[in-house]
Every structure is written in C-alpha cells, then in structure tokens.
Ligand binder design. Structure first.
Ligand code: COA
Length: 259
C-alpha cells in the first residue's frame, strides 16, 4: 500500500516501519507524504490504539531528511519543506490522542532525532546514536528539533548538541532523559510493545487526557493547570471512569470501552 513504509496492526498496536534501509531510512518527500497519510489513518481508525515508529534494518532509525533533495531548494522551498513536515507529520504525532512510541534502532540524526522527539516517548537499542548534525550542512533543524531538544534535555545541552553537531550514544541519551530505556537491539520491539500493551490496557480517553494535559505544559498559549482541571472534570462523564471506580470497589479488573 505504501512505497516507503511498512505497517502492521497487532491487537491495536500499530507499527510503522520507515522502509528505505539502503538510504538509512532518510526522510524524502515521499516518506513525509506517506507518513502524513498513515498518521491521518491512525487518528481515524478505531482499531488502532497505540503506535510504534521504527526504522527498517539494523543500522538506522532515520538518518535525517534526505539531503539529496536539498540542492534544488531556495529559501521559499526550505521554509515550505519545514512547514509541511511540521504541520502534517511532527505536530500531528505530538498532538495525537493515541500514544506514539519511537523504537530507535540505530542512527536517529537530524529529522530522525526530530521524529523520535515528536513521539510521546522513546525506547532505544544499545547501538542507537542521536544528534542534530544540520550545522555540518550550513543549516539548523527544521522539523521542531531546536524546540523539542531543548525541552527534553535542557537548554545548555541542546545548545551544545545543536552547535557542535555532535552525536551521542544511547547511554548518554538515557542520562540526558532523551530516551526512557536502552535495550539490546534484539529486544527493542518486544520492550516497546510491552509498554504499548500496558498503556492499551488503560482507559483510552484517560490516555488521551494525559497527552493533552502534558502537551499543554509546553504550549505558551495554554494554561496547563486549567487544561488539567477541565480534562479531569470531563473524564467523570465517561463510561470508563465509572467502570474504573466500580471495578476498584468490586475488587476486579476494569474492562474499558473507550467511551
Ligand atoms: N540523506 C540522504 N541519503 C542519506 C542520508 C541522508 N540524510 N543518510 C545516509 N544516506 C545514504 C548515503 O548517501 C548512502 O547512500 P549510497 O549508498 O547511495 O551512497 C547510504 O545512505 C548509506 O549511508 P553511508 O553514509 O554510506 O553510511 P555510513 O555508515 O558510512 O554513515 C551516517 C552513516 C549516518 C554517519 C552518514 O550516512 C551520515 O552522516 N548521514 C547524514 C546524517 C545527516 O546529516 N542528517 C541530517 C540531515 S538534515
């Protein structure tokens, strides 16, 4: 169905694999277009509860935007590339009410690091490497990297990584809080799926509420505390909140319906 992506739905856990291993899964226009389409499906398809994004092969998650497409760009084209990617892919992932987890299986550079950072959290294999090497090309990140890196690892560390273009290994990424776990590559998808399964066992509207309220903390146009208060309140009108409390009182496991 897609030229550059593989997709698979395993009991509500939807895996998107960026599949250009010979180009280290670099994000060309086609990949961005197909990611935009598949993310729209994720929003719309009730059979998808959570999403894992990973890269094909054992070497790279995504080694960045496709540099071979840069030579024809001028300022207008560069701006459009960044804006389209941010609007149709990166912001859509960050704001999706369903959780996105990045399973980082190798190089996550430039747009690859940005793609991992747009996800709600990240699990890395022990061979993963992260960086924003755009300064080596005379550029800066264009898919949200300057903003999300500073939020995730702090301003000083982000400034250093952005200005040096240096790569960090999985252990440093764990120390920095850029990833939540580092696991052997053979166990990467299993660990990520285990986390997705645990999340999928909770009430979907509560999961959406967590994403929305945490994101509000980083949105200058919103008061995160007010978002939390109204989301907390609204959830009391859901069937799942009634089921959750009833199940607790009856000492049984809740059966959530997503309503
Ligand atoms: N855009 C386009 N093609 C890319 C790419 C990118 N971002 N990253 C890797 N590739 C291609 C290479 O050109 C090469 O293609 P070829 O076999 O047709 O020559 C192939 O993927 C394999 O990469 P190669 O560089 O040979 O692998 P390596 O192990 O020697 O080095 C990296 C791996 C990741 C260090 C190196 O590929 C690299 O620096 N990539 C660019 C990273 C970058 O600057 N990203 C930010 C872009 S804004």
């Amino acid at each position: 169905m897609y030229q550059t992506l593989l997709t698979n739905n395993d009991k509500g856990i939807f895996t998107i694999t960026i599949n250009r291993p010979d180009k280290l899964n670099a994000l060309n226009k086609k990949v961005i277009e197909e990611l935009a389409a598949v993310i729209n499906d994720v929003y719309a398809d009730p059979a998808i509860q959570s999403v894992i994004i990973t890269g094909s092969g054992s070497k790279a998650f995504v080694a960045g935007a496709d540099i071979s497409e840069f030579s024809t760009l001028n300022s207008r084209g560069g701006r459009d590339l960044a804006e389209r990617g941010q609007t149709l892919v990166f912001d859509k992932i960050e704001n999706c009410p369903k959780p996105f987890i990045a399973a980082v299986n190798g190089f996550a550079l430039g747009g690859g690091c940005e793609l991992a950072m747009a996800c709600h959290f990240r699990v890395a294999s022990d061979n993963a490497k992260f960086g924003q090497p755009e300064v080596n090309l005379g550029l800066i990140p264009g898919y949200g990297g300057t903003q999300r890196l500073a939020r995730l690892i702090g301003k000083g560390r982000a400034m250093e990584l952005l200005m040096t273009g240096a790569l960090i290994d999985a252990k440093a990424a764990l120390d920095y809080g850029l990833v939540n776990y580092v696991v052997p590559q053979t166990g990467l998808l299993a660990k990520t799926k285990e986390l997705a399964e645990l999340i999928n066992s909770k009430a979907p509207l509560a999961i959406a509420g967590c994403i929305n309220a945490v994101n509000a903390a980083f949105d200058k146009s919103k008061n995160g505390y007010e978002v939390e208060i109204s989301t907390f309140g609204n959830l009391f009108d859901t069937e799942d909140a009634k089921e959750g409390a009833a199940a607790f009182m009856e000492k049984r496991k809740p059966l959530f319906s997503g309503r």
